[in-house]
Design a protein around this ligand. Sequence first.
Ligand code: PRP
Ligand code: URA
Length: 221
Amino acid sequence: MSLSAKAVEDSRLHLLPQTNQLKGLMTIIRDANTPRGDFVFYSDRVIRLLVEEGLNYLPVVEKQVTTPMGMAFQGVAFEGRICGVSIMRAGESMEQGLREVCTSVRIGKVLIQRDERTAQPKLYYSKLPKDIADRWVLLLDPMLATGGSAMKCIEVLLEAGVKEERILFINLICAPEGALAMLEKFPKLQIITAEIDERIDDNKFILPGLGDFGDRYFGTE
Ligand code: PRP
Ligand code: URA
């Protein structure tokens, strides 16, 4: 079985529905000829879909309301508080998508950069909400290659008291190697992603991938 197929089979990895709309959006952002404005616009659209999907994995409690017709409606309400944590810099691109659906959401930041030569992640800075241990965390980073950066960030979250089963990793594209490594290291973690790619290359870039997300989104190529 290929690594991608193995990743798809893991029940903790949630792939967005592979609709033609999603495929069309992903085709635009994967295209090396897409100008930056379109890259940002269409990435933002997929990020919005990912955030909406991520909210499906939060717990709810039953809630009854009365409609304007005077009838009772048995519904649900979100239970528990959330926050976002973005892995700088590329993860910051996902903050707006989260804010659009969760007004005044708290967002922590962790600056982790891969060494350009060795691809090893280095932690430079973190600032998290003080009560993060009581919250569900939507961890934001569009690219998951080796998984090194995201795993380092999860270690920071666990040290801050976050419960592993309350971490939802919101990701745009993952390499199967990285996703499987993360799921093995953190058995209660859940990953929400748009597409699972084939593999990583010798420079630890995702193939077919979309290149360097941070550079394309922020215009630093
Ligand atoms: C990219 C990306 C992830 C990481 C993924 O960040 O945004 O954080 O690489 O690779 P990994 O799974 O092998 O760790 P990068 O360090 O290049 O910084 P950037 O966000 O500034 O582009
Ligand atoms: N980071 C990126 O932006 N792209 C990759 O392919 C791997 C890591």
